[in-house]
Design a protein around this ligand. Sequence first.
Ligand code: ATP
Length: 336
Amino acid sequence: MSSIEISNVTKRYGDKPAVDNVSLTINKHEFMVLLGPSGCGKTTLLRSIVGLERVDSGTVTIGGRDVTNRVPRKRNISMVFQSYAVFPHMTVFDNIAFGLRNQKVADNEVKRRVGEAAELLHITELLDRKPAAASGGQRQRIAVARAIAVDAEVLLMDEPLSNLDALLRLEMRAELKRLMKELQVTVVYVTHDQIEALSMGDRIAVMKDGQILQCAAPLEVYDRPADRFVGSFIGNPPMNFIPSLSPTGAAALMGIRAENIVLHEQAHPTALAGRLSVIEPLGSQNLYTVVLQSGHTVKVATRPDLHIPIDAAVWLEPMTGKALWFDVDRGNSVTS
Ligand code: ATP
């Protein structure tokens, strides 16, 4: 399985770049997630890797070979789409065998590889049936089995779980992660779901307006967002951004996660004074909304057994070393 090198790739529709001078290296066997809101260019970047879009400038290399001008079938990439497009008139076996037969693989080899893929995805008992007899989750597995059966160098997935219900999504998330590690495949996975990104990715590339704002391991992106947008997009609740003075004395935004704030019920010299306005019990924790004297709203996560009455005066203290600093205008991190 191969590494992918995306260098200065731009793809425009009309005047507007959907992908704007993006460079990204995806390592061999890495599970890379492209994460961002609708319209940020994730799908366009994925389609540029697979060759369904012709890029305006830049290059794509896979396993050291420049594939920028190659048609999709010459790139040795397999893809799973959101609308997992299984063929209803074919049996599950024929669905999984589809790519292999296109590649003119010999019959006994087709049988072996389909059997292997079906076993990995626990759908062996469905092989003789039509997809109509399969559940949503099983159909999704058929699509993944078809993609892995061809033994491509790279597997691309575009929101493959988004059509499944919440519980099945959770199950498939863990299953896909296990499977991809087992197969040691290089994966590029598109999603707008930050939980999926945090839980599955070796690294996450966070995109906005056709650009990658940060590419790093999930906890790094969560703990040290490079940009205000990243801190807001990743994490529930979003990171708090409080107008403040930075350690250098300059005006800045202090970025602090809800779980990194200590809530005091008595006045505290280094803490920000405010008033408790909403309590949301979430089971494992309580989420408190506090309105500061400055008028800014801050979310604070506390132990579930802490009970403070609404409207009580409270004092918020960022935990040592947890506050980050962001430029007021540009939103980029200025934490040294
Ligand atoms: P989503 O999560 O909604 O699929 P995305 O992040 O994958 O969004 P893209 O589909 O890559 O975003 O779209 C990026 C931008 O390019 C959007 O502004 C979109 O409207 C535009 N775009 C995408 N495909 C085309 C096309 N074929 N013609 C014109 N504009 C397009």
